[in-house]
Design a protein around this ligand. Sequence first.
Ligand code: FPP
Length: 253
Amino acid sequence: MPPLVDLRRLPKHVAIIMDGNGRWATQIGRDRSDGHRAGSDTVRTVVRTARRLGVEALTLFAFSEQNWQRPAPEVTALMALLRDFLVREREELLENGIKLRAVGRTDKLPPAVREVLEPLAAETAELEGMTLTLALSYGGREEIVDAARRLAERVGRGELDPAAGDEHGLEAAMPSLDVGPVDLLIRTGGEQRISNFLLWGAAYAELHFSPRLWPEFDAECFYEAIASYQRRERRFGRVAQLPKSEASAADAE
Ligand code: FPP
């Protein structure tokens, strides 16, 4: 029986570290790239599930800045899968009003990926059903550094007042924040790390760690993550909310 999810209190922005493809493949004596292929099927399931529930933004850590250091055949296989995914899912994204975009140092991606990614991002730019962001060649520290550099350059050219280099200025220069801060950050595969994902945007995110390897993460696991988010109390550094009766007594004091 799937866990109960309250559709009125969904996290607006869910982000996922999709970990465990390699281990899943190794466990059954297959090549790591088979694990990534199975992982791309899970991507499809989770995107559909999030869209059906009514999540506004889903950000997936599909390829980190550090992943370029993996063996060349694995990087090549991941890039081919990414291209296939974009080609195959185009129609479904359009039919379901899903806006696709990418964040990260995407200029490093091979032309074969960019030539499908960029037109699809343009084609879906006005859709409002859900925003699916793929973090590609992405690192949280790198995004902060790139934002700070862009602001500094604008100040240097006299286009920006140095006072604009505050928290809001930096946030506005970070594309991953265009869909707002992360409410729920899920990591699969049993590890409990943030691994340089959305460092700024996840500052107050609720964290959910699933022991499931990504190829085995299914719709029910996604519901469970949302249900666990809904059991938490989010305080953002403030004190707990008092029940109404106690709050009015406290106001009167
Ligand atoms: C980590 O698993 C996962 C990745 C490095 C890439 C995630 C990629 C996909 C899910 C497939 C392609 C993406 C899309 C959007 C179609 P790992 O290999 O590090 O797992 P391990 O810890 O078991 O080695």
